[in-house]
Design a protein around this ligand. Structure first.
Ligand code: BGC
Length: 755
C-alpha cells in the first residue's frame, strides 16, 4: 500500500511548496493529482473547537459542541499524569469523531508570572509538572490515532506584544526551566507536531530560529514530527523554512508558497529544506489516514462524567479551619446554606480566546447544590460581574442578610472574562474591590464563611486568615459547578495541589520589574529562580506555597530512603499512612538539591511526584523515581547538561514548604574535562585530572612565598581562595618562580590526548 510520502518524488517544486502552508484557517492543501487528501487541524487544548462556518483564532465564531474539560491550570493541579492521559484519550476520541487529524494542544509554557493572561491554558510554574502532565495528555490524544500539537515553542510567557516581543533569556534558565518540559514531552510522548510560538527568543523569531527548531528540537531531542507555526507567526517564510518550520498556518493568498518555490529553484539549501518539510507534511497526512474510522456519536454523558471527575481532582482545598469544634468543610449534612456570588449561578469555566469551547452542557454550582441539598440552599448573587453596574450595594445587602440567617455561607468569587484572557495580560493580581467588600461583610455576618475561587491564574488572598475555608476551583471546564459541589459536600475528598505559588503581593513575584518588558524586549532577569525556586531562595513568605493542598483526611509520612539505581536514577521510597477516617489521595513530592554546586542552584527543585489513593487507616509504600538527567544543570562552558558528582539532599513531603523527612544520596558526576588555557583559573587547573597534580607543588611554593612576604596577614584559606581565581597565564608576570615556558608546558601536557 502506498503512503502519501511515496509521492514526494513525483511532486513539482510548486506542489511541494503548496504543502507548506494551509489551504485556509484549519485545513491543509490536498494534491488531488496524486491522491493526497486535505486534513484538518484545530484547537485545542482542553476540548475540540472545530469551526464549521466562520473561522478565527480568537474563539469568536461558533464551533461544534464538544466536551470542555478542565483547562490546564486546573488539570495541572491534579498532579496526576494518568488522569491527564484519560482526558487526552477523550480529546482524541472527540477529534476522531469529527475527523480532525491534529488537536492543537497541550500548551505547557511556564507560568513565569501570575500576570500572564494565558496562564489558564498552561500547567505550572515548574517544568517537571508541565512536562509530566503534558506528556500524559499527548499520549492519551495520540492513542486514538489523532495528533497533538505541543505549544507554544518556546519562551512564550506573556501575552503583551506576544507577536513581536523578544524573550531575552540566558542559556541556563532557557534550558533548565523553559525548554525542559518541552524536552520531556518530546522525548517521552513523541507528539506528531510542535507549534512554534509568536515571540522572538534572544532577538530571533521562534518561527525562523534554526537553533530552536532544528538544533535543539530535532538534532538534540530527536523530534521527527512536523513543526507548525502559531497562527500568523511567520515573519519571513523562506528563512522559517530553512530554520525548520514545515507548515505555515493559516493559509494565506499563496504568496509564501510562491516565495518558497522561487527560492528553492535557485538555492539548493532551500530546495533541500523544502523536500524535508514536504516529506513531513506527507508523513502527517499518512499518520492521519492510518487512523481507523471513528464511530460516533459522541457519548456526551460519559465524557461529561469524566470532565466532572477531572474537575473534582483539580480542586485545591487551600484552607479548612474548625469553627465551633469541627472544620467547616465538608458542609454538615443538615446545615442551612447561603450560596452567594454570581459565579455560583453563572460559572466561569474556561478562558477567552482560541481555546474557547462550545460545551455540550454546563453545570452550575447553584443547580448542583440545589439538586443535592434542596431547601437547605438559598441563593443571592451578591454582586454583578461588571463592577460599574448599578445596584451593587443592594445585591451586597441582600447577600449579607442571607448569610446572617444561615448556618454557613459559601461565597463564590473570581475573575471575569474581561480581567483575564488570551491576548492581554493582567496588570495586578487582585480580585475586584466590590467582590472583596462583599466577602468582608458576609464574613462579619457569618463566622462559617467558605470562599470558592473561579480564576485561571492565581489571585492575592488578603482574606486568607479571616475566613475558615478557601477552595481554589480554577476554571474547571463544563462540569466544574457539579465537581465543586462534590468537594463542598464531601462526595469527593479534595486532592489537588498548587502547581503555582500563591504570593502575598505582586511585588514579591520573581519577574516583577522585568515583566512585561519594554521597547520590544522582556528580560528574564530572575534567571533560574522561577516560581517556588525564587520564594525559597529569597526566603519570601507566601500565602500558599507550591505543592500545597489539603484533604478531608490526614497523611503521616514514615522514614524516607533513597538509593541510586544501576542506571543512575534515584529511587525514593516512603511509607505514607492515611491517618484519618476517610479514603483519600495524597500527592507525595520529592525535592532535590545538591549539597554543594559550582553554579547557582535553587534551594530545592521538584524532581518526582505521585498522586496515590490510600484507604483510611492504610499505609502505602510509595516508590518514586528521580531521573538522573533531571539532576543536571546546563553548563555553558560545554553547552550541555551536566550532572554534578557529590551528595544530594532528598526531601519528601506534602508541599514545597511542608517537608516531612529527608535523606541524602551520593551521585557519581558526569566527567567534564575542559581544555586548560592561559585564562583557566588556578582553581580550574587544580580540578583538572592531569594539570592538577602537576601544579600542586608550584602552588604550594607560591603560597609559601606570599605567606612569608605578607607576614601571615592572610590565612591559608583566604590565600587559597584569592589564588584560586588567578588566571594561569598571568602567573609569570608576578615572578613567583613560574615562567612562561612552564605555563606553556603545563598547558600542552594537560591538553595532550590521554592514552
Ligand atoms: C494561539 C494558538 C492557537 C491558534 C489557532 C493562536 O492565536 O496562540 O494557541 O492554537 O491561534 O487558533
Amino acid at each position: 500500500m502506498t503512503t502519501p510520502r511515496d509521492h514526494l518524488s513525483e511532486l513539482s517544486t510548486e506542489e511541494k511548496a503548496s504543502l507548506t502552508s494551509g489551504r485556509d484557517f484549519w485545513t491543509l492543501k490536498p494534491i488531488e493529482r496524486v491522491g493526497v487528501p486535505s486534513i484538518m487541524v484545530t484547537d485545542g487544548p482542553h476540548g475540540l473547537r472545530k469551526q464549521a462556518a466562520a473561522s478565527d483564532h480568537l474563539g469568536i465564531g461558533d464551533s461544534v459542541p464538544a466536551t470542555c474539560f478542565p483547562p490546564a491550570s486546573g488539570l495541572g493541579a491534579s498532579f496526576d499524569p494518568a488522569l491527564a492521559e484519560r482526558v487526552g484519550v477523550a480529546l482524541g476520541v472527540e477529534s476522531a469523531i469529527e475527523d480532525v487529524a491534529v488537536i492543537l494542544g497541550p500548551g505547557i509554557n511556564i507560568k513565569r508570572s501570575p500576570l500572564c493572561g494565558r496562564n489558564f491554558e498552561y500547567v505550572s510554574e515548574d517544568p517537571l509538572v508541565s512536562g509530566v502532565i503534558g506528556a500524559g495528555l499527548v499520549k492519551g490524544i495520540q492513542s486514538q490515532g489523532v495528533g497533538s500539537s505541543l505549544k507554544h515553542f518556546a519562551a512564550n510567557n506573556q501575552e503583551f506584544e506576544r507577536m513581536t516581543m523578544s524573550s531575552d533569556v540566558d542559556p541556563r534558565p532557557l534550558r533548565e526551566i523553559y525548554l525542559r518540559g518541552f524536552e520531556r514531552v518530546v522525548t517521552d510522548a513523541r507528539p506528531w507536531t510542535v507549534m512554534c510560538s509568536y515571540n522572538k527568543i534572544n532577538g530571533v523569531y521562534a518561527s525562523q530560529d534554526p537553533w530552536l527548531l532544528t538544533q535543539v528540537l530535532r538534532d538534540e531531542w530527536g523530534f521527527e514530527g512536523l513543526v507548525v507555526s502559531d497562527w500568523g507567526a511567520v515573519n519571513d517564510r523562506v528563512a522559517a523554512l530553512v530554520a525548520g518550520l514545515d507548515l505555515e498556518m493559516p493559509g494565506s493568498d499563496g504568496a509564501p508558497d510562491r516565495a518558497v518555490a522561487t527560492a528553492a529553484a535557485s538555492d539548493p539549501a532551500v530546495a533541500a529544506a523544502l523536500d524535508a518539510s514536504a516529506a513531513r507534511v506527507l508523513d502527517l497526512v499518512g499518520k492521519a489516514q492510518a487512523r481507523p474510522a471513528a464511530s460516533g456519536p459522541l457519548d456526551v454523558d460519559a465524557h461529561h462524567a469524566l470532565a466532572r471527575e477531572a474537575a473534582g481532582r483539580s480542586i485545591v482545598l487551600l484552607r479548612n479551619e474548625p469553627v465551633g469544634g469541627a472544620p467547616v468543610l465538608p458542609l454538615a449534612e443538615d446545615a442551612s446554606i447561603a450560596l452567594i456570588g454570581e459565579f455560583a449561578r453563572t460559572p466561569r469555566f474556561q478562558g477567552g480566546g482560541s481555546s474557547h469551547i462550545n460545551p455540550t452542557r454546563v453545570d452550575s454550582a447553584l443547580d448542583a447544590l440545589t439538586a443535592a441539598a434542596g431547601d437547605r440552599v438559598a441563593f443571592a448573587p451578591g454582586f454583578a460581574f461588571d463592577a460599574a453596574a448599578d445596584g451593587q450595594d443592594a445585591l451586597r445587602d441582600e447577600a449579607v442578610a442571607l448569610a446572617a440567617s444561615r448556618d454557613v455561607a459559601v461565597v463564590f468569587l473570581g475573575l471575569t472574562d474581561a480581567e483575564e484572557s488570551e491576548g492581554f495580560d493582567r496588570e495586578h493580581i487582585d480580585l475586584a474591590a466590590h467582590q472583596l467588600a462583599l466577602l468582608d461583610a458576609v464574613a462579619a455576618a457569618n463566622p462559617r464563611t467558605v470562599v470558592v475561587l473561579s480564576n485561571g491564574s492565581v489571585v492575592a488572598l488578603p482574606f486568607a486568615d479571616r475566613v475558615p475555608a478557601i477552595v481554589e476551583a480554577w476554571l474547571l471546564g463544563q462540569a466544574g459547578g457539579s465537581a465543586t459541589v462534590d468537594v463542598l459536600l464531601g462526595a469527593v475528598n479534595p486532592s489537588g495541589r498548587l502547581a503555582e505559588t500563591i504570593p502575598h503581593r505582586l511585588e514579591d513575584t520573581p519577574a516583577f520589574g522585568n515583566i512585561p518588558g519594554s521597547l520590544g524586549h522582556v528580560r528574564y532577569g530572575e534567571g533560574i529562580l522561577v516560581g517556588y525556586r525564587w520564594y525559597d531562595a529569597r526566603d519570601i513568605a507566601v500565602t500558599y506555597p507550591f505543592g500545597h493542598g489539603l484533604s478531608y483526611t490526614a497523611f503521616g509520612y514514615g522514614a524516607v530512603s533513597a538509593a541510586v539505581t544501576a542506571s543512575g536514577d534515584i529511587q525514593v521510597t516512603v511509607p505514607v499512612t492515611n491517618t484519618g477516617s476517610r479514603d483519600g489521595r495524597e500527592v507525595v513530592q520529592v525535592y532535590i538539591a545538591p549539597v554543594a554546586s559550582v553554579v547557582e542552584r535553587a534551594p530545592r527543585e521538584l524532581k518526582a511526584f505521585a498522586s496515590v489513593e490510600i484507604a483510611a487507616g492504610a499505609t502505602a509504600d510509595v516508590v518514586l523515581t528521580v531521573r538522573r538527567e533531571d539532576l543536571a544543570y546546563w553548563d555553558t562552558r560545554v553547552d550541555r547538561f551536566v550532572v554534578e558528582g557529590g551528595a544530594y539532599r532528598v526531601e519528601v513531603g506534602a508541599s514545597s514548604r511542608d517537608l516531612r523527612d529527608s535523606t541524602a544520596v551520593d551521585v557519581a558526576g558526569d566527567a567534564i574535562v575542559l581544555p586548560v588555557t592561559p585564562e583557566s583559573t588556578l582553581a580550574e587547573v587544580f580540578a583538572h585530572p592531569v594539570a592538577g597534580p602537576m601544579i600542586a607543588g608550584a602552588f604550594a611554593a607560591v603560597q609559601e612565598q606570599l605567606g612569608d612576604a605578607g607576614d601571615g596577614i592572610m590565612s591559608g584559606d583566604a590565600m587559597a581562595k584569592m589564588l584560586g581565581s588567578f588566571p594561569l597565564g598571568r602567573l609569570p608576570a608576578f615572578g613567583w618562580g613560574v615562567d612562561r615556558e612552564g605555563v606553556d608546558r603545563l598547558i600542552a601536557a594537560a591538553n595532550a590526548p590521554q592514552a
